[in-house]
Design a protein around this ligand. Structure first.
Ligand SMILES: [Zn+2]
Length: 239
């Protein structure tokens, strides 16, 4: 199973970076933050031909480029392609309707995507792969980590998460755990946690039994210890 890191910036972009977007097998996109659509267009020519997009939560750095995706389609780009499935967290359809009513048009997303909602703990098929969403703690926002499998290999993606035993459950025995590490120290987060330090990501990885760890969502200005692998935009690897 092939993973392409399209964008891996944290909530503020790294210099020249795109925000969250992870492409699996060239057809399933996990998150679609600002900068991701431009990167996909570089790879695909006119318009990305992904089968499905899965959104972990509604912080802008994880879904913002779904909006320009609508405008491009509206003006004819990718017209020859089937509308991608857009998988949202529970009640996400209503979230998009509110956004559309306020900033665009109420039907903008339905016209562009085959909009669906996933349910926690219920596997679904997207882009020919099996996906499972598990809720993780991220301040007060409903947020999910994703587990993706092609039947032989498994990739886990934390989304945005504070420390939690759920991360170990999410990445249990996975071949690759793509885990966020936004913070320099956990205590920068305040009492309600929403992100991880690199040490906390390593702790979750060790508890999970996953085979390989890829840290992501990390500001350029923070280093990581030698021996840890850090995502960068354009990184491709076999899971
Ligand atoms: Zn977030």
């Amino acid at each position: 199973m092939r993973l392409t890191v399209v964008g891996c910036s944290p909530a503020w972009p790294n210099p020249g970076g795109a925000q969250s977007g992870y492409l699996v097998e060239g057809r399933l996109l996990l998150d679609c933050g600002p900068g991701v659509l431009a990167r996909l267009r570089e790879q695909n020519g006119s318009w990305p031909s992904v089968d499905a997009i899965v959104i972990t939560h509604f912080h802008l750095d994880h879904w913002g480029d779904v909006v320009p995706w609508v405008w491009g389609r509206m003006f004819g780009l990718g017209r020859n392609l089937a509308p991608p499935e857009l998988w949202l967290p529970p009640e996400g359809t209503r979230e998009l309707e509110v956004f559309g009513e306020t900033f665009g048009t109420p039907w903008m997303f339905e016209r562009t995507f085959d909009v669906r909602e996933y349910a926690e703990g219920e596997p679904f098929r997207a882009g020919g792969l099996e996906v499972l969403a598990l809720r993780v703690p991220h301040y007060t926002l409903r947020t999910y980590g994703l587990r993706v499998s092609d039947g032989s290999r498994t990739l886990a993606y934390s989304g945005d998460s504070g420390p939690s035993e759920r991360l170990a459950e999410l990445a249990r025995n996975a071949d690759l755990f793509v885990c966020e590490a936004t913070l320099e120290h956990g205590d920068l987060d305040g009492p309600q946690r929403g992100h991880l330090s690199a040490d906390e990501a390593v702790e979750a990885f060790r508890a999970s039994g996953a085979r390989r760890l890829l840290l992501t969502h990390r500001p350029d200005e923070l280093s990581v210890d030698d021996g840890l692998q850090l995502a960068y935009d354009g990184l491709e690897l076999e899971v």
